[in-house]
Design a protein around this ligand. Sequence first.
Ligand code: NAG
Ligand code: NAG
Ligand code: NAG
Ligand code: NAG
Length: 395
Amino acid sequence: MANRTDNSIRCSISKKPNDGMIFVVAIFAGLVIGFLSGISFPTMSLTKMNFTSSILPSVHVEDEKAKKSSNTSPQNEFNSTDAAFQKIWVPSNPRGSEMLPPSIVRAESDFYLRRLWGLPKDDLPAVKPKYLVAFTVAYGQRNNIDACVKKFSDNFTIVLFHYDGKTSEYDEFEWSKRAIHVSVPKQTKWWYAKRFLHPDIVAPYDYIFIWDEDLGVKNFDAEEYIKIVKKHGLEISQPAVESQKSITWKITKRIPGVEVHKEVEEKPGRCNNPQLPPCAGFIEIMAPVFSRDSWRCVWHMIQNDLVHGWGLDFALRKCVEPAHEKIGVVDSQWIIHQKITSLADQGTAQVGKTAFQGVRDRCKLEWTMFQNRMTESEKKYLKEITSASSNSTLT
Ligand SMILES: *[C@@H]1O[C@H](CO)[C@@H](O)[C@H](O)[C@H]1NC(C)=O
Ligand SMILES: *[C@@H]1O[C@H](CO)[C@@H](O)[C@H](O)[C@H]1NC(C)=O
Ligand SMILES: *[C@@H]1O[C@H](CO)[C@@H](O)[C@H](O)[C@H]1NC(C)=O
Ligand SMILES: *[C@@H]1O[C@H](CO)[C@@H](O)[C@H](O)[C@H]1NC(C)=O
């Protein structure tokens, strides 16, 4: 899975347009050859093998389609189902798959591991994992990750995003065999989430945990957590936090003796509206938990280039309605924020800036950029809506 398109490679390609052209031509030639061999394959194999007539029509459809793009009239050459001779176009299929009969389309996938033998239907356990937890990790944190994973039952699919390239080292942990390991150097949690947790890929999971690696889980149990989240109808949530150091946003702080809280009183001036972030409708991005539906929305909001995700927490409320009721913090299952900044230290020192500072500045910049994009998008949309409605009133 390693994907090392770093900037130096990209730049050198763009400096030599000829290489790029050769590359494109090679792909094109490959496509043509592939296409031709695809067409000739059925004919060749038909002469060599004895196909039963039930197989023939489905092969025939391909030829029919290539020759005539309009309605094909069934010639009754082969007496089989008419469907095999119809041109298929199903607009309600997922984009790009309209030519397929709908019941063959599998628009969603999962992370379930399968065997190479036996019957596919017997591959999976009777109770399939219904929840998913993804940690973004470096090997240095392995003992903490081990402790975390043990707080998640077999009802969880475990995904590890390795940002330091170390994966097989986790073999010492029994659970590692059933985990999904994705290794791409020096990327962030939100970079991985955007690329590997597409809502159609994680569709079977009721809840998705996208967690940092430095969380203390002594007082946390994932099954219990989910029970509480369901009970309180939380679509987006996080466990409450205890920390030796100061906590940035008060809403994340644990309130002892309470099961869940959804709002707090912040420092004066921080909240214009008590139902809006950071007083309500708000959690931090350190240990978020999303329902399937809310994740489908949030995934679409994540920007490909804003990899630190700063500012995302303030916008989560746009994905659930009403946000001040469906976003909340679970106090009875809580975590300890240990504040180890290992990914931040993986930056590159620049002139006049430490690696850590460079990453920190980028985080802040991304926050501003994200906010601006959101504001612009909303303005643009509102403008379009008003112009459309004023046009329709004119006519
Ligand atoms: C195809 O079928 C014919 C007659 O049914 C038979 O003689 C021939 O051996 C078969 N060829 C193959 C490759 O099975
Ligand atoms: C073709 O199928 C129809 C029914 O769909 C049947 O009436 C007819 O006898 C079949 N013809 C041949 C040649 O098998
Ligand atoms: C896993 O889920 C099943 C079905 O919801 C439940 O009965 C079982 O107790 C869960 N396992 C654990 C370890 O909690
Ligand atoms: C509204 O009308 C203006 C001027 O005729 C046109 O440019 C614009 O595209 C229309 N907007 C919509 C949404 O139809």
